[in-house]
Design a protein around this ligand. Structure first.
Ligand code: ZN
Length: 144
């Protein structure tokens, strides 16, 4: 059943159906990301799923010795480097977060709000670029 479902979800037919279904989350996401590049969309998908090159995920897939945030570890605090920590909490990115707040206001306090609209997603991507944390994967390409 699971195999069937994943095959179905990857089929062109499903992609078509979910695009037509205006109310669906997938189609709303597609709509908000139509004007974004592949790289931008891919980054948002990774942030949403948590399957991203931050230590919490890397540790799970045995590619990092630790699940903890490298910056906070230096301060003697053991905090899992989750997407939430990276975007909303880690003090190492206070300057970048201050910039993000200037761009999107209160939406900067919520992962859900940040990933809901094209405008906030673009600001979020620019935030990620500014932190340089994922630089090894995403390179230095400008956010647009
Ligand atoms: Zn941290």
């Amino acid at each position: 059943m699971t195999r069937w479902q994943s095959r179905f979800e990857n089929s062109p037919r499903f992609q078509r159906i979910s695009r037509i279904d205006e109310g669906g989350i997938r189609s709303k996401f597609l709509k908000e990301t139509t004007k974004m590049s592949k790289r931008q969309t891919s980054l948002i998908v990774q942030l949403r799923s948590g399957h991203i090159s931050l230590n919490l995920h890397l540790h799970r897939i045995h590619k990092s010795d630790t699940p903890h945030c490298p910056h906070c570890s230096l301060q003697g605090r053991q905090i899992p480097e989750s997407v939430k920590h990276f975007i909303l909490e880690c003090p190492a990115y206070n300057i970048e977060r201050f910039w993000l707040r200037g761009k999107v206001g209160r939406d900067a306090n919520s992962l859900k709000a940040l990933m809901a609209k094209e405008q906030t997603m673009k600001a979020l991507i620019a935030y990620v670029d500014r932190t340089k944390r994922l630089r090894n994967i995403f390179g230095d390409a400008p956010p647009n």
